[in-house]
Design a protein around this ligand. Structure first.
Ligand code: NAD
Ligand code: DAU
Length: 379
């Protein structure tokens, strides 16, 4: 049943960090689409991320596991779904190092389950009007060299680039870069990307894959660097910087990613891969210093008051040195450009977490954690 809507799409993982921004954008921007948020609500999924749109008539939430073939098939067929934007995943590298199996299950078998269920329903229509869009990561490409620890002036600049727009090496990940994942997380994501492409090449399914750099912004679970450190600075807890803090990440505001997903879902070419990123490389230690400065200023603490929270700890196993994404194909072919400049975006993000302490306190509370740790162990 399409209930008068022009399209019905499933967004998997819509209760998570990036997924909630994608759901919000699609529900608001496309009132003629029926948007089904399909999410298992693991520790990382939180319906509190979507309270502002939960009563919209074109929004439906289904609690379910992407590994549950019968349920996925039922939701696709009963709703006559014609598009899937797939974000559901286990997403935290550190967790993948301690518990790799759930990463293979969710990210690989879950993706395969979705592909197969969609294929069963879509293939008889010869794929007319159908689209399977898989959201992946730059981590599948492995790590780049860090040839200039002080940073060179980047040859590429976007509106999202930081004021100094530095590059810490001369190479970037392009869509042609060979896959060379290092962590169980990125190995599982790489495997899922291969399955998606295989469904296009073998059965003709209209698929698209995108690989994005590190996202930051509201509603990110505080196990990831930026929200974890904002919360720790607020509570004057140590900031565990892995190794020497010299690893480089390429940061993009989450709403810029969501806008890219909207554009690519509608205008991207079938069987293509697009890299998404804003040419905005930062050394971890520089981000940490900027976070301390920003949080302290916004809380009215004297400058330098929390510098001693920085604590260098044992490095992450297999820690990728540098990520830097070349998104010129997306800019050239589809005209995408990120909108939010990094220093402005980071301040906006810090303000959001400080202004939403209930959200932070809830997801870091003993009750929330204990409940999900129990669930985690059962799987
Ligand atoms: P997240 O961990 O915040 O959210 C993941 C969501 O998936 C949660 O809502 C969770 O409940 C749901 N989920 C997990 N297992 C599920 C299952 N078996 N069935 C149904 N739902 C399930 O993740 P995120 O950071 O928002 O990342 C979303 C996607 O984007 C992932 O595929 C990730 O690999 C990719 N990605 C993330 C980043 C980043 O910086 N966060 C960058 C590039 C790509
Ligand atoms: O590049 C895209 C990827 O970005 C996504 O695919 C992943 O889902 C997402 O989690 C993210 O992976 P990272 O490992 O880069 O993000 P994280 O926030 O965990 O770490 C960012 C950097 O900060 C990384 O170099 C490790 C470091 N770090 C992280 C934590 C949590 C620390 O030094 N201390 C910490 O406590």
């Amino acid at each position: 049943m399409n209930m008068g809507y022009s399209r019905t799409i499933i967004i998997t993982g819509g209760a998570g960090f990036i997924g909630s921004h994608v759901v919000r954008l699609f529900v608001s921007k496309h009132p003629d689409y029926h948007v089904i948020n399909f999410d298992k609500l693991t520790y990382a999924g939180n319906l509190a991320n979507l309270t502002d749109i939960e009563n919209k008539p074109n929004y439906t939430f289904v609690k379910g596991d992407i590994c549950d073939y019968e349920l996925v098939k039922k939701v696709i067929s009963e709703n006559n779904v014609d598009g899937i934007i797939h974000l559901a995943a286990e997403s935290h590298v550190d967790r993948s190092i301690t518990d790799p199996f759930i990463f293979a299950k969710t990210n690989v078998l879950g993706t395969l389950t979705l592909l197969q269920a969609a294929r069963e329903f879509w293939e008889p229509s010869r794929w007319e009007g159908k689209r399977f869009y898989h959201i992946s990561t730059d981590e599948v490409y492995g790590a780049l060299e860090l040839t200039n620890p002080e940073g060179l002036e980047s040859p590429f600049v976007t509106k999202a680039s930081s004021a100094g727009h530095k590059a810490y090496g001369r190479t970037f990940f392009t869509e042609e870069t060979r896959y060379q994942p290092h962590s169980p997380y990125s190995a599982a994501k790489a495997s899922s990307d291969h399955f998606v492409r295989a469904y296009h090449d073998t059965y003709g399914m209209p698929t698209i894959v995108t690989n994005c750099s590190n996202n930051y912004g509201p509603y990110q679970f505080p196990e990831k660097l930026i929200p974890l450190f904002i919360n720790n600075i607020r509570n004057r807890k140590p900031l565990p910087v892995y190794g020497k803090g010299e690893n480089v990440r390429d940061w993009l505001y989450v709403e810029d990613h969501a806008r890219a997903i909207d554009l690519i879902f509608h205008k991207g070419k079938v069987a293509q891969t697009y890299n998404i990123g804003g040419f905005n490389e930062w050394k971890n230690i520089d981000i940490v210093r900027l976070l301390i400065k920003t949080v302290d200023r916004l809380l009215g603490r004297p400058e330098g008051a929390d510098d001693d929270l920085i604590t260098f700890v044992t490095d992450r196993k297999g820690h990728d040195l540098r990520y830097a994404i070349d998104s010129r194909k997306l800019q050239r072919e589809l005209g995408w450009e990120p909108q939010l400049q990094f220093e402005e975006g980071l301040e906006k993000t810090v303000r959001w977490y400080l202004g939403n302490q209930d959200w932070l306190d809830n997801v870091t509370s003993g009750d929330y954690q204990a409940y999900y740790e129990r669930m985690y162990k059962c799987r």
